[in-house]
Design a binder for this molecule. Structure first.
Ligand SMILES: Nc1ncnc2c1ncn2[C@@H]1O[C@H](COP(=O)(O)OP(=O)(O)OP(=O)(O)O)[C@@H](O)[C@H]1O
Ligand SMILES: [Mg+2]
Length: 592
């Protein structure tokens, strides 16, 4: 309850609309009751009087009351619906912002489907309970006592006897609502499962087809559909039961009115006009009572949703608050340093990195190589403060990254991840994504040129405006990688971090590209991880990591070639393969 109150406080931000909406409720309800009473009394008077003057007055009154009733009814709904929708949008926005700022580790352990359902289903449950829930509760609180007490003054026994089935319907609704919610949640979950499966299968369509798994995937989809069908049937049953219970109570109440009231009318102890009032007011009171039961049944769900949303909002990023830390007094120079860095993933059993010491001067370059899984990507993520090391420190211009505000720690950095992810937006917008401000078409064209993509982009159906497929599937691996480089260059970063992002580009294009990057980046610090050693050969220093995440060797390319070890072996192997490839590509060349 306390939690729901904190969410209700967000409603109070829209105080004026809310108060006006709430004030309209008793007005609308009293006018509703008044029209019934007017008609009922007129019915009795019509039988005894032949005068028409009063009838005109009554009709005018009735018309006025009906108009005012319609106005307040509309006003009440309109105001409260607007407030509740604003609440919904604001809460969703706040949750989304919060989730987007949480660190990698949080997103690694959360399923995106769960986060989506927090954003949609839980916020919706809160909105329903606080918005329409409040409106229907207040409506019932006004109309039920007024109507029932009025009816009791007309005929005490009849009033009492219809009170009972009416209260019963509220109780039935309160009991059935949780079941309705349970079944509808199950339906939603199975629907989400269906769309998740379809999405994954279509997303991975190349893998599915490559392995001829269409049949097996279709069967998995069938099972998910069958589950959804069963859930829909169960929901239908619960709904049917609810409708039957409501209609049954309705009919029972009318049977009571007709029996007790009808007998009284025949006896002439109850005028026909009063009988009409019983019937009409019963109709008007019934729905608010059903709504009241429905809201009472919704309460546990609203509390659970409030708790879940609250847990998320209370989750703090392991990296501290977004704005925490200092902004550096002067512009970033780009000196990077790792001091005794050790890092273990929250879910990892052994350290991914141990005792890493390294330093790159502004404008210098560092290569990171080593066998797969040795910790290259991890090291690069630490440089952008996507995570904090448990041991040692990462320093930018001599300042521990943890002391700097996150936007400053990351703002100076252009990061190209190992998996070249692109958004399904026009090609140029993927590049603009990297920039802090907006970029002109000429600036984008310049970046495309730097990424050695100009000719290929010109061949796209609509050039730089071509819409890219989901995750970038309509581009080749190498095109995706170079586009990611252009995106990183878009912010003209002081530090460029490249995580094996030239692996799908041929050696010639790579050489050309690295040349441009260095030229364009005179004064730019470059850290590059790679499998292909030619990528790092010209770096000022190269770190060779071993499979335990420690530095096995370090030095310049020439120095490393002189010492026996992983670097020299791998270099020779790669050179032989490269030469082999060249021979296959140019069979007639090089033979005497
Ligand atoms: N999010 C994660 N959670 C837990 N462990 C992880 C995570 N990411 C990587 N690891 C583990 O940390 C180690 C280092 O991984 P990392 O990705 O840094 O290697 P890498 O050198 O980049 O490999 P590759 O050459 O294949 O790109 C690996 O053992 C990996 O299994
Ligand atoms: Mg990697």
């Amino acid at each position: 309850m306390r939690l729901l109150a904190t969410y209700f406080r967000r409603f109070l931000k829209h105080r004026t609309r809310l108060v006006l909406g709430i004030l309209s409720i008793p007005l609308a309800q009293s006018l509703d009751v008044a029209t019934t009473i007017l008609v009922g009394q007129a019915l009795d008077r019509v039988r005894t009087s032949s005068d028409v003057d009063w009838l005109t007055t009554t009709l005018l009154l009735l018309g006025g009351a009906a108009l005012a009733h319609a106005f307040f009814r509309f006003w009440q709904r309109w105001l409260i619906v607007v407030v509740s929708r604003r609440f919904e949008v604001e809460l969703k926005q706040e949750l989304f912002d919060h989730l987007a700022r949480l660190d990698f580790a949080f997103h690694d352990r959360s399923r995106s489907g769960d986060l989506v359902s927090r954003l949609t289903a839980d916020v919706e449950a809160l909105r329903m309970f606080l918005g329409p829930g409040l409106m229907y509760t207040l409506g019932a609180v006004v109309i039920v006592p007024i109507s029932l007490s009025w009816l009791m003054t007309l005929n005490l026994w009849l009033g009492l006897s219809i009170g009972l089935p009416m209260i019963a319907v509220g109780v039935i609704m309160k009991r059935l609502t949780p079941r309705l919610h349970r079944e509808s949640t199950a339906v939603q979950e199975s629907l989400a499962d269906i769309s998740h499966r379809a999405q994954e299968d279509f997303g991975g369509v190349r893998v599915v087809k490559g392995y001829h798994r269409e049949g097996a995937q279709a069967r998995r989809f069938d099972r998910a559909s069958a589950k959804n069908r069963d859930n829909q049937v169960a929901l239908g049953r619960a709904r049917g039961l609810t409708h039957a219970a409501i209609n049954g109570s309705f009919d029972l109440t009318f049977a009571v009115i007709l029996t007790v009231g009808g007998l009284a009318a025949i006896d002439r102890t109850l005028p026909v006009g009063s009988l009409f009032q019983f019937i009409d007011l019963t109709l008007k009171v019934f729905w608010p009572l059903i709504a009241l039961g429905w809201i009472a049944g919704m309460y546990p769900r609203a509390v659970a949703s409030a708790e879940r949303v609250d847990t998320l909002l209370a989750t703090r990023s392991a990296l501290g608050e977004r704005e925490a830390g200092e902004a550096p007094e002067q512009a970033v120079a780009g000196a990077l340093e790792l001091r005794g860095v050790g890092f273990t993933y929250p879910t990892g059993t052994k350290p991914a990195l141990r005792g890493i010491d390294a330093r790159v001067e502004p404008g210098g370059s560092l290569g990171v190589v080593g066998p797969t899984g040795c910790g290259k990507s991890t090291l690069l993520l630490l440089l952008g403060r996507q995570m904090d090391p448990q041991e040692g420190a990462v320093l930018l211009d001599g300042r521990d990254l943890r002391e700097l505000a996150l936007p400053h720690a990351r703002g100076a950095l252009g990061y190209v991840p190992q998996d070249a992810f692109l958004f399904s937006v026009p090609y140029a917008d993927n590049i603009r994504f990297g920039a802090e401000g907006d970029l002109s078409d000429e600036e984008v064209a310049e970046l495309i040129e730097q990424a050695a993509m100009t000719e290929e982009v010109a061949r796209f159906p609509e050039g730089a405006q071509t819409l890219i497929g989901e995750r970038g599937v309509t581009l080749s691996g190498g095109q995706r990688q170079r586009t990611c480089i252009a995106r990183a260059l878009a912010r003209d970063p002081k530090v460029l971090v490249l995580d094996d992002c030239l692996s799908a580009v041929d050696t010639e294009t790579e050489r050309q590209l690295l040349g441009t990057l260095r030229e364009a980046g005179s004064g730019r610090t470059v850290v590059v991880a790679a499998h292909r050693l030619s990528t790092v050969a010209s770096c000022d220093e190269i770190l060779v990591l071993d499979d335990k995440g420690s530095i096995a060797q370090r030095g310049r390319h020439e120095e490393l070639l002189e010492a026996a070890g992983w670097y020299r072996d791998t270099w020779e192997q790669q050179q032989r393969r490269e030469a082999g490839n060249r021979e296959v590509a140019e069979p007639e060349g090089g033979h005497a």
